[in-house]
Design a binder for this molecule. Sequence first.
Ligand SMILES: [Zn+2]
Length: 309
Amino acid sequence: MRWILLLLLCLGLPARADLDYQLKPRQIAAGTWLLEGSTDNFAKANGGNIVNSGFIVTNSGVLVIDSGPSKRYGEALRRAIAATTDKPVIQLLLTHHHPDHVLGNQAFSDVPIGALAGTTDLLRQQGDAMAENMYRMVGDWMRGTEVVLPTQELKPGLLEVGGHRLRLLSLSGHTGADLAILDENTGVLFAGDLVFYERALTTPNSPGLGVWLKDLDTLQALPWKQIVPGHGPLATDARPFAQMRDYLSWLDGLMRDGASRGDDMAEMIRRPIPERFAGISLTRYELIRSVSHLYPRYERQRLQRLDGL
Ligand SMILES: [Zn+2]
């Protein structure tokens, strides 16, 4: 009997060890740490850790930016922070309501969870469905994860915490409610999912690609020194902006041209993807999704234009 128990324990251990996110914060500026996720899609192999989160150690405590895809991630993030600094966590800021950025909130229920009002509304409406979808895609990693709504409304403007001046921007191109955070002390711009870099952008809640392009102008004009994209590697130059603009303009033009020719969705999702985007992960997968999210609008706009003739 003892042998059987031992055997079961041995079999069980690797499985449990596999569910370790092994988060390793990397210091990117004074008091500023990044946890960089994979640029792959959600999968059981990565536990949904496809996202960048971060934290800033200020004189009065630690500000955390995004809580990750699961309760387990949120807890691992708390441990990683505790291993980095003795300062307590004092606040969590959410960039937007998508599941990979907010489903670790349970691990931060002891501190204020700040978000734009629109983010809280969207999470209230869509959170449970998004969490269910995450359970389907990454399975056991999600165990015990529940949606926790923000407890504090963030307004655009200056947020001064422990000697850091954070400029909060309320933008909307990715989801309708997107927070970007510029730390004026370090020049680190936490762009949230307004910037994807070397990973195809996602569009399930975008109000329109034109809105997104304008937001990029706003962000690029800020006095940043480093850009932390929501997904993809840290950058110290404007390449993420150039890539985002190029990609968004291509996607917009593709759908506009398709609609003007009367092409259907099945044709659109098979369109060739320019060679210059070969280094961007998941372009075909996200093109299929973006066409399903956005193409009907392009078709409607074309019909309205024809009506107006
Ligand atoms: Zn997102």
